[in-house]
Design a protein around this ligand. Structure first.
Ligand code: HDD
Length: 708
């Protein structure tokens, strides 16, 4: 596999070169693992043509021996993930706050490896469940590896690491029958959540569009915890880290996400792989929120509490760099499966905070790598090896790679020139925070507000996003079989907003408490409903006095057609110039038009690499209907093509049509479909359609009404 060069100047210790040294391209001659050339790899050694296989067949034994031990334990959470290489470039120095070179050296491109994952599903589960996404970034810096091991939501379900095993046991498939796979919609999770009020803010994020990302590069990332940056004069500043998707954060709707699971289990993984393989990139802006201990002390929430954000309207996110992913791994297992992140991997000029969740994580990740990778030498694996040189007196252990010559493996020493020696100046030093007090098992009072920021999140969403939160809770809780758990959750929702609680209660067959019942009239999709939600703000607490804040609603994010995928529905004999015009217009905006035809191959001057029956509208951002024939009949009369249009319309996606394609739109089994540009349906208006593509969805459509 030829490696794509990372464009531009890069760090002299380039990870790509480092991995190239470890990469073994397929050779000419087949050998066993000891370098013996294999004479025949098709037949085991037997006594006679039809006789028994001989134990002395050491080629057979070695091959089966290795095969029998090729699986390692999957990650206990975040088992399903996809990775890519790239680089981070700092564009604005933070030298006032830190000595960390990665955050002070502007213009240097530091190699990174990123693994983006779901949390609950097993390694072989699906890419588009409703789930938090892991966002783990390793920076191979000259001062050693920095691992920023975050998620795509900025808060977490629990405040103390001691609860993590309980949380994971509750969300994973239930132990008596190992169901459901990759889903939170089941009794044990909601039983735990209903008894864990601290999780309410994060549950609102988990039930929002944030956990249905459209693709891996249309989701934001967060370091979650408060960390510290330490500058040259030893001054500490609190910091929260952010990744802002350059393409903006956009999501699927739930019906679409469910169908995507069936249409392509690997949808996100495939999009990332194909984007990079076709020379594209996935990009995020890197931002920091910087605030002092004095500022933090003023706020009515505790910055050590991982269930709380620092609202961006209190402390804006300062964009200081960019990350570009532009190289696929050569081998999934060796790189994406064996990469082992640790939040405790930080470099001089950084430090932890006393966030109890972070403190517990700092133990857990080192610990888990031993059971996953089987040896204390896992840092020597190519994907985990730092680019910064490694010199210490750690020796032996399973699978030792390094050969350390000499007789000295201790410090101080006189027999080895007293090397390698520690370096109080250059070495990592913990910030001398005062830490004292009685030994106590307590939760600080400052952690005790569990609904204030849940309200802040609700208030900051647009009505349609609130509607999605309602529907998600209706779906999830209606899957809970134990009524008292459902009712317990309604109590919590009452604390967040009575309207939310009553909407969910209706779907659960419970009597809503709020007087909004009369207005609600059920859970249909309708402008009235959305209008009602527009007025449903709740008084907040623990939010710095804010009622709402920027940075939480996805619909305020940048909209662009870049990276969008359009299905171009064509038949045999399609107008090839119309296809080419559309594809060129899309490419100008960084989007892509894929011909979807009645069969693979030539449609008369246009080639189809996807067919109406082997792909699905949920895998595209928009649909454009042209002309042509399907098995001798006009495309407009093809039921599958008509459904293609109807599904895309139902998922609020832009629809375009030209010439005869308009008839296909007319025939779509979608009573609500209106050919109206303000609803994102553009007829004979190519420029308008490309423009419409930038607006991710048309939420002003009314869908779901029964056929008249
Ligand atoms: Fe964790 C993996 C992110 C809480 C213990 N975690 C893991 C991964 C991500 C996160 C992205 C996958 C890394 C990869 O791709 O290999 N975890 C988080 C975030 C958390 C969080 C953002 C809350 C702020 N995690 C958390 C706690 C604990 C762990 C509280 C334990 C006390 N996490 C683990 C782990 C994993 C892990 C069990 C499993 C695989 C691994 O570490 O390498 O150690």
């Amino acid at each position: 596999m030829t490696k794509k060069q990372i464009d531009g100047k890069h760090n002299e210790n380039d990870k790509q070169q480092d991995l190239a040294r470890a990469t073994t391209p397929p050779g000419e001659v087949l050998t066993d693992n000891m370098g013996h050339v294999v004479s025949d790899d098709q037949n085991s050694l037997k006594a006679g043509e039809r006789g028994p296989t001989l134990l002395e067949d050491h080629f057979l034994r070695e091959k089966l021996h290795h095969f029998d031990h090729e699986r390692i334990p999957e990650r206990i959470v975040h088992a399903r993930g996809s990775g890519a290489h790239g680089y981070f470039q700092l564009n604005e120095s933070l030298a006032d706050y830190t000595t960390a070179e990665i955050l002070t050296e502007v213009g240097v491109q530091t190699p990174v490896f990123v693994r983006l994952s779901t949390v609950a599903g097993f390694r072989g589960s699906v890419d588009t469940p409703r789930d938090v996404r892991g966002f783990a970034t390793r920076f191979y810096t000259k001062q050693g590896n920095w691992d920023l091991v975050g998620n795509n939501i900025p808060v977490f379900f629990i405040q103390d690491a001691i609860k993590f095993p309980d949380f994971v046991h509750a969300v994973k498939p239930e132990p008596h029958h190992e169901m459901p796979q990759a889903s939170s919609a089941h009794d044990t999770l909601w039983d735990f959540i209903s008894l864990t009020p601290e999780s309410m803010h994060t549950i609102m994020w988990a039930m929002s569009d944030r956990t249905l990302p459209r693709s891996l590069d249309t989701m934001d990332g967060f370091g979650v915890h408060t960390f510290r940056l330490i500058n040259a004069s030893g001054k500490a500043t609190f910091v929260k880290y952010h990744w802002k998707a350059v393409r903006g954060a956009h999501s699927q709707v739930w019906d679409e996400a469910m169908k995507t699971q069936a249409a392509d289990n690997d949808h996100h993984r495939r999009m990332m792989w194909e984007t990079i393989d076709q020379g594209g990139t996935l990009e995020w802006d890197f931002g920091v929120q910087l605030f002092t201990e004095e500022q933090a002390a003023e706020w009515d929430f505790d910055v050590l509490d991982p269930t709380k954000i620092v609202p961006e309207d209190l402390v804006p996110v300062r964009i200081v760099g960019r990350m570009v992913l532009n190289r696929n791994p050569d081998n999934f297992f060796a790189e994406t499966e064996q990469v082992a992140f640790m939040p405790s991997n930080i470099v001089p000029g950084m430090d932890f905070s006393e966030d109890p969740l972070l403190q517990g994580r700092n133990f857990s990740y080192l610990d888990t790598q031993l059971s996953r990778l089987g040896s204390p030498n896992w840092q020597a694996l190519p994907i985990n090896r730092s680019l910064a040189p490694v010199h210490n007196n750690q020796r032996d252990g399973h699978m030792r790679h390094e050969i350390n010559p000499g007789r000295v493996s201790y410090f101080p020493n006189s027999l080895g020139g007293n090397k390698p020696a520690h370096d109080p100046e250059r070495g990592f030093r913990s910030h001398p925070v005062m830490a004292s007090g009685q030994k106590l098992r307590v939760r600080p009072e400052s952690f005790s507000d569990h609904y204030g920021q849940a309200k802040l999140f609700w208030n900051s969403l647009t009505p349609i996003e609130r509607e999605h939160v309602c529907k998600a809770l209706q779906f999830e809780l209606s899957k809970v079989e134990t009524r008292h758990v459902r009712v317990a959750m309604l109590e919590h929702l009452e604390q967040i907003h009575p309207l939310l609680a009553s909407q969910v209660a209706l779907a659960l067959g419970e009597q809503p408490r709020a007087d909004q019942t009369a207005k609600l009239g059920g859970t249909k999709d309708s402008p009235e409903e959305t209008a009602l939600l527009a007025t449903a703000d709740a008084p907040t607490t623990a939010s710095g006095g804010l009622q709402k804040t920027s940075g939480l609603s996805q619909l305020e994010q940048p909209q662009s057609a870049k990276g969008r995928m359009v299905a171009i529905l064509c038949g045999d004999g399609v107008d090839a110039s119309a296809v080419k015009n559309l594809q060129q217009a899309l490419e100008k905006q960084g989007a892509k038009g894929e011909v979807v035809g009645p069969h693979l191959g030539d449609l008369g001057g246009v080639e189809a690499r996807k067919t109406i029956s082997n792909t699905h509208p949920v895998l595209f951002d928009a649909v454009y209907a042209l002309n042509g024939m399907v098995a001798g009949e006009p495309l407009a009369g093809n039921a599958d093509a008509q459904t293609f249009i109807a599904e895309a319309y139902k998922h609020y996606k832009p629809i375009g049509a030209q010439g005869e394609g308009q008839k296909l739109v007319d025939n779509a089994p979608c009573p609500d479909l209106k050919k109206d540009a303000t609803l994102g349906v553009l007829i004979d208006d190519l420029d308008g359609f490309v423009q419409a593509l930038g607006q991710h969805r048309y939420w002003n459509r009314v869908t779901g009404k029964a056929k008249a």
